[in-house]
Design a protein around this ligand. Structure first.
Ligand SMILES: [Cu+2]
Length: 333
């Protein structure tokens, strides 16, 4: 649309210069024309934005799940409900609390109202010096300070989670995200408030959002692969239904031959990994360079797509990670 109005602008400029020697007419001045054109472009831009933009109303819980084998309870997010412009899409998520938590797909221009309910037992009662709040702190999208999902000791405003914080207690806490143009990408969200001011991401309270550009490509499958220090953890999403399935460690990912699939690698922990999908190449995002492996360090992400052609193994080729067995199957049928 901007491209078109730029074209019109240059036509107008051209018209103006060819008219320069002609007598003054009562036609609208160039300035008036430009103003009109500019306003028209702005109105249609806003209209287009609001046509695509969706309003999401989401509620999550944070729950205690099974123990980690050493007597410690793990924590996990669960999707309670997700409405898009009033339409219920909760069925695309697991009915259980999962590690990783739900992957939330959004589009640039969307607005999100997301609330968290603390369903971990005994967390409404204040304990001196310890926060029992859980929160959602998100990366990538825009929000104001009340939606930061951190403790007052960090944000200087409020304890922004559900449960008993160091200062404030809330049973439910609501955040607003502005999925502004320019925020397309794959981003993490995680707890920032439970027990420490850095939260309990390490106990399982983490998930991802995928922000797609308006009119961007679609994919038959999406694989959200978190790279822990000793294993890959996965979430697989069917492109057309958006139905998502949580996988265990080093999962087998499945695809139909000839379809385009997208990998979202998100590194957790402290290791640097070298990810390879044997026998495949892909474009390094934002470049024309074909690569067949990528180094990815703590908190980094790498998102790429390939056409599924043949079975393969994905693997972390760094020696210690390889010895730990960080590999899984890419099963193409
Ligand atoms: Cu973070």
């Amino acid at each position: 649309m901007f491209f078109k109005s730029n074209q019109l602008l240059s036509e107008l400029e051209h018209e103006e210069s060819s008219r320069a020697v002609q007598p003054v007419s009562h036609q609208p001045s160039l300035k008036q024309k430009l103003l009109k054109l500019g306003m028209g472009a702005m109105v249609s831009f806003l209209l287009a934005q609001s046509c695509f933009a969706a309003q999401h109303v989401i509620s999550l819980t944070a729950e205690e799940t099974r123990d980690d084998g050493f007597g410690n309870k793990l924590l996990a997010y669960k999707m309670l409900s997700h409405q898009i412009d009033g339409q219920d899409v909760t069925g695309r998520y697991s009915p259980d609390a999962t590690i990783p938590g739900p992957t939330i797909e959004l589009t640039e221009g969307d607005k999100v109202e997301i609330s968290i309910l603390n369903a971990i037992p005994n967390n409404q009662v204040a304990v001196a010096g310890i926060s029992k709040q859980v929160s959602i702190h998100v990366h990538g999208v825009h929000y104001n300070i009340l939606s930061d999902g951190t403790l007052k000791v960090i944000n200087q405003v409020d304890d922004e989670g559900a449960g008993a914080g160091l200062v404030q207690t809330y049973s439910v806490y609501k955040y607003e995200w502005d999925v502004a143009p320019g925020t397309a990408g794959t981003w993490a969200y995680h707890d920032h408030n439970f027990e420490t001011h850095n939260g309990s991401e390490h106990k399982g309270l983490f998930g991802a959002i995928i922000v797609n550009p308006v009119g961007g490509p679609t994919f038959a499958r999406e694989y959200v692969l978190y790279l822990g220090d000793d294993a890959f953890w996965g979430m697989e999403i069917v492109g057309h239904t958006k139905k998502q399935t949580k996988h265990g460690p080093n999962p087998t990912l499945s695809a139909k031959a000839g379809t385009r699939v997208r990998f979202h690698l998100i590194a957790l922990g402290t290791d640097i990994h070298t990810f390879k999908l044997n026998g495949y190449q892909w474009f390094d995002p934002g470049t024309n360079n074909l690569i067949n492996q990528v180094a990815i360090g703590p908190l980094e992400k790498h998102v790429f797509s390939v056409k599924a052609l043949q079975d393969a193994q994905y693997v972390d080729t760094n020696l210690t990670n390889r010895l730990l067995g960080m590999r899984g199957k890419f099963d193409v049928q």
